[in-house]
Structures are given as C-alpha cells and as structure tokens.
Design a protein around this ligand. Structure first.
Ligand code: 5RP
Length: 256
C-alpha cells in the first residue's frame, strides 16, 4: 500500500500520532480500503465505530465525492459527526430497517468469526445495526485475529440502576469486572446513557454459551460478543489483506 496515504490519514485522526503506530495504522487503512468493494450503488450502509471503521468511512466519503449514491446509518454519535463532516448522506433506523452492508471494526476475531466488540463503547448500537444488515464486513489489523476469544476484556453494557447487581452476577460467571471510567474517574456513559462493565474472563471456550448467559441477566442492555453475525473479516497483515468468511479459513489474500 502507499505509505504516504497512511501517514496523511493517521496524522489527521490522531494528533499524538507517533512513528510507533505506523505499522498498525497501515494495516487498519489497508483493511478499510479493501472493504469499500462490498458497497454498491444505492446501498444503505452501516457505518461502524472506532479507528479502523473511521478509515473505511473516509474511503467511502471519497467514493461519495466521486458520485457513488449511498446513505449511511452511523453506529455512534462520534461516527455520525464524522460522516456528516465528510458529506456522507445519512438516514436512520426510524426511516429504514434494512441495511445492505455494515462495515465495522472489532477487538478480537476468532476462526469462526465470533467477535469481541465494544472497546470504543459503541457495542449496543453496533449490534443493532449489525442485526439489521444483510452483510457485516469486519475490518481489522492483524493484532485482532486470535485463536480463542477472551484476552480483550469483554464489554457489557448495563443499565445504571442495575450495574452493581449485574457486576456481581457476571463475577459469579468467572470474570473480573471493572466499571469503565474516563480519565477523570467519572463513569463512562454510552450513547444510550448506560454504563459499561469490562469483564475479564480469560479464555472464552464457548462464546455462544457465554453470550446466552449474559443476555439472560436482567439489566444487561447488550454485550460485546457478536456470535454468527460477521459475514466477512478483512484482516490486514503486512502488505496483504486476508478475507475470512464465516466457518472458513482464509479464502483469499490480495496485495494492497
Ligand atoms: C467500538 C468497537 C470498535 O470497532 C473496536 O473497538 C475496534 O476499534 P479500533 O478499530 O479502533 O481498534 O467495537 O465499540
């Protein structure tokens, strides 16, 4: 890929950009760029959250400026602000409940394309949008590919009223549970006004079983396990982008 592009994008996103992050950013950009081929004229596009999805939104905006007609539905307030600033036409789930393709990032991706998401705190809206999408395309750098989920603490979004009770129930499932906080110590509040519990389970041998257990706890608004939702994962490794489809190994790689 072209290094010059990478530095331009990375610098614009992150004023504290350092040379140490170049390799990872190059991979994020390569995966993001590869995702744009899944978008067709007239599509309703789910716009993901996080740094890798933001790169994809930038590439999509380039295509919109070239004349591509699409409408986006953002998965977070931050993504809505970004998409608006780039001139991407937007719609809402109130207007349309069917999404052609959703492009989003992930914190971990296992070989079955089960995901951990929510590192950026947008997991609930991300899951709602993904559930309405015909195709969920995940974009990620190589650090996100794992053989078994669980090194990344699993984000669980909870209603504030129930947070202590839910934390206790999740701890009883075997996790170390921490309320997510901002740098100033205040609890992190999601776009839906909820709290996030970051739950360290260690290795998660049966993600669908844990997903069911979490969803059955009253007070849980959503959790970051995305089971059988991703259609494709585009994972950049050096100069290649691996395209993984659910229940398959890498089926294709391409030079970027
Ligand atoms: C936000 C998410 C992000 O997609 C996930 O955290 C990956 O982010 P990044 O691309 O910045 O590594 O789930 O809730």
């Amino acid at each position: 890929m072209r290094r010059r592009d990478c530095r331009w994008y990375a610098f614009e996103f992150d004023p504290f950009y350092s040379i140490m992050s170049v390799d990872k950013d190059e991979e994020k950009i390569a995966a993001a760029r590869a995702s744009i081929r899944f978008v067709r004229e007239g599509d309703i596009v789910g716009l993901g959250s996080g740094s890798t999805a933001s790169y994809a939104i930038r590439f999509l905006a380039d295509r919109v400026r070239e004349g591509l007609k699409i409408r986006g539905i953002p998965t977070s307030a931050a993504t809505k602000t970004l998409a608006e600033s780039l001139g991407i036409p937007l719609t809402t789930l109130d207007e349309l409940q069917e999404i052609d393709v959703d492009i989003d990032g992930a914190d971990e991706i296992d070989p079955q394309l089960h995901l951990i998401k929510g590192g950026g705190g947008a997991l609930l809206r991300e899951k709602v949008i993904a559930s309405a999408a015909r195709k969920l395309v995940i974009v990620a750098d190589s650090s996100k590919q794992v053989s078994i989920l669980g090194k990344f603490p699993l984000p669980v979004e909870v209603i504030t009223f129930a947070q202590a009770l839910v934390a206790k129930k999740i701890a009883a499932l075997g996790a170390t549970v921490t309320v997510r906080r901002l740098a100033n110590g205040a609890p992190y509040i999601t776009d839906e006004g909820h709290r996030i519990l970051d739950c360290s389970f260690g290795e998660i041998p049966d993600p669908p079983k844990l997903a069911r257990a979490l969803q059955s706890i009253p007070g849980v608004a959503g959790h970051g396990l995305f089971i059988d939702m991703a259609s494709v994962a585009l994972i950049a490794k050096g100069d290649e982008v691996l395209e993984l489809k659910r229940n398959q190994d890498a089926i294709q790689s391409e030079n970027t």
